[in-house]
Ligand binder design. Structure first.
Ligand code: 5AD
Ligand code: SF4
Length: 448
């Protein structure tokens, strides 16, 4: 490889969800296998790469701000390349070079494997793009992982649900499951490399396997992964309430490595709004699922996504969301102000909600969620939780930080020195806030 190529540097900025974080790991892998090295300083980079999100307008606005800065850097050194990857690039594929003429490379989530070749073409001063609409799982690509002890694993790409507010089906294409044998082989390889926790990713993991035929289901996949020796924790996200069956709840209860945490986006507590969102379930069905989960999986942590201010959301609809949230006793929630997205059905719905109303509702909901999360966390005081250590805590000299099986952050003082990221510790929980737990490690048992 020529000397010059070895010195090429890239700077990567990621917006959006865990799926994007994982795609970014693979972009790093592809670039680094092709002679690129990372730099944390954009001023030093020969390639400024943005992995983008278009789920909400706010992510797009932040991207456009960052692109302004990239454009300035390019003006300083015109040979510098600017690349846009991910959902924003895919959704604007027709016009991207016209609207953003300083961009050299554009590609979608299904084209990560092309990145190094696109950079070669663009370095020859021709804009280069690649957009494969069908979202073929790209699990076989090399990934430059952030942590040696945990990893994301994609199990299904795309989405075929068409919630009326959501751009994902339009940009990531239809659902496409990876064969179980590929997933098992990847997880076995990861475990051999030292990974103890995997998070299985999909826009809707509950429909895993339906497109494969042969009776595959997400719970059967979990059963296969649970048998892998050395894999201590399996997490997964995201679940869709309309596809969540008893088999998954049973798997959470019965499979030792499957963590007791379910992220189950409800979006709204009003049947009228749920129907306009095209979610495919009712408030009553969702509440039934939640009560089944609580009674079947002791100590399970439940989190959700909620959209505030969907078109036509009346005060009474919002209060249905509040009462549903109270009944669900969530451990946490991601709350979003509705953002109209071009090309989605809801963007043309009448009944836009004023920003001030949306923000007031958001404040009320966040207050309720925080109070519930605090009560849930206080309920853990006095218990002993298994913690997977992530590294030193920012909350005090000598403290460590990690996560429980329920995905709660714990800051704790270790019993002995020498523990670090990737190790497990049993922690006696002594206090709680709405977002974190604090405690002291219990003395390791004989044999640990
Ligand atoms: N406006 C606001 N929130 C949205 N989400 C998806 N699309 C929109 C939108 N147009 C939220 C949903 C989803 C999460 C990933 O993002 O709550 O579950
Ligand atoms: Fe978007 Fe709905 Fe698919 Fe989730 S299930 S990605 S919200 S369309």
């Amino acid at each position: 490889m020529p000397e010059q190529e070895l010195q090429r540097r890239y700077h990567l900025t990621t917006f959006g969800c865990q799926m994007n974080e994982h795609d970014s790991e693979r972009m790093r892998g592809v670039l680094e296998e092709n002679g690129w090295s990372p730099t944390a300083d954009p001023e030093e980079a020969d390639l400024l790469l943005f992995n983008t999100c278009s789920v909400r307008e706010s992510a797009e606005s932040r991207l456009l701000g960052r692109l302004g800065e990239a454009r300035r850097l390019k003006n300083e050194r015109p040979g510098r390349l600017i690349a846009i990857a991910g959902c924003f690039a895919q959704s604007r594929r027709e016009d991207i070079f016209r609207d953003l003429p300083f961009v050299d490379i554009a590609f979608g989530p299904g084209d990560i494997g092309e990145l190094a070749a696109l950079a070669e073409t663009a370095a020859g001063s021709a804009p280069a793009s690649s957009f494969t609409f069908a979202s073929a799982p790209s699990g076989g690509l090399p990934a430059r992982r952030i942590d040696p002890y945990r990893a994301w694993v994609q199990v299904i790409t795309g989405c075929t649900n068409f919630c009326s507010y959501c751009v994902v089906p339009g940009v990531r294409g239809p659902e496409c499951s990876r064969p179980a044998s590929d997933i098992v082989a990847e997880v076995e390889r990861l475990v051999a490399e030292g990974v103890v926790e995997v998070t299985l990713l999909g826009q809707n993991v509950n429909s895993y396997g339906l497109d494969l035929g042969g009776g595959w289901s997400f719970s059967s996949l979990l059963g296969m992964l649970d048998g892998i020796k050395g894999l201590r924790r399996i997490r997964f996200t995201t679940s869709h309430p309309k596809d969540l069956g008893d088999d998954l709840v049973d798997a959470m209860r019965d499979l030792p490595s499957v963590c007791e945490h379910l992220h189950l986006p409800v979006q709204s507590g009003s049947n009228r709004i749920l129907s306009r969102m095209n979610r495919g379930y009712t408030r009553e069905h969702y509440l039934e699922l939640v009560s089944g989960i609580y009674s079947c999986v002791p100590g399970v942590a439940l989190t959700t996504d909620i959209i505030i201010g969907f078109p036509g959301e009346k005060e009474e609809d919002f209060y249905r969301t509040m009462t549903l949230a109270a009944e669900c006793r969530y451990d946490g929630a991601f709350t979003f102000l509705y953002s109209p997205r071009p090309g989605t059905e809801a963007a043309d719905f009448p009944g836009r909600i004023p920003e001030t109303t949306k923000k007031r509702r958001m404040q009320e909901l966040v207050g309720l969620i925080q109070a519930m999360a605090l009560a849930k966390n206080e309920g853990l005081v006095g218990s002993v939780e298994e913690v997977l250590i992530e590294g030193p805590s920012r909350h005090g000299e000598g403290l460590l930080r990690g996560r429980t099986r329920g995905n709660k952050i714990v800051n704790f003082s270790p019993f002995s020195s020498g523990l670090g990221a990737g190790d497990f510790a049993d922690v006696n929980i002594e206090s709680a806030t709405s977002t974190t737990l604090k405690g002291v490690q219990t003395p390791p048992r004989a044999g640990d």
